[in-house]
Design a protein around this ligand. Structure first.
Ligand SMILES: [Zn+2]
Length: 81
C-alpha cells in the first residue's frame, strides 16, 4: 500500500519489494516560480525557491529524554492510498 506525504504530495511505498523499509524525507525547498528560458536555451529568469514548511522526515533519531528511536519530523502526516 502506497503512502502520500501530506507535506509535499509525494507518493511512495513504505515497504520496498525486498522487504526493507523506505524512509521518506521531503525536499527542503519548493520551487515557487519556475525558471524561464530563452529560445537558445539560456536562462531568461532563474527559478525562485522558498523553504518548505512542515517537512516530513521519516528517518530515525534518538529522543534525548527517553533514549528511544523516534521519527525526525512528522510534518503533516501521510494518507494511505
Ligand atoms: Zn514529503
Amino acid at each position: 500500500m502506497a503512502n502520500k506525504c501530506n507535506s509535499c504530495g509525494g507518493t511512495y511505498e513504505p515497504v520496498q519489494r525486498d522487504g526493507s523499509r523506505y524512509s521518506h524525507a521531503c525536499s527542503p525547498e519548493i520551487i515557487e516560480t519556475p525558471a524561464v528560458f530563452k529560445a537558445d536555451g539560456s536562462i531568461k529568469t532563474p527559478e525562485v525557491r522558498v523553504p518548505r514548511g512542515y517537512i516530513r522526515n521519516e528517518n530515525l533519531t534518538i529522543d534525548p529524554q527517553t533514549r528511544e528511536p523516534v521519527m525526525v519530523s512528522e510534518g503533516l502526516g501521510v494518507t494511505e492510498l
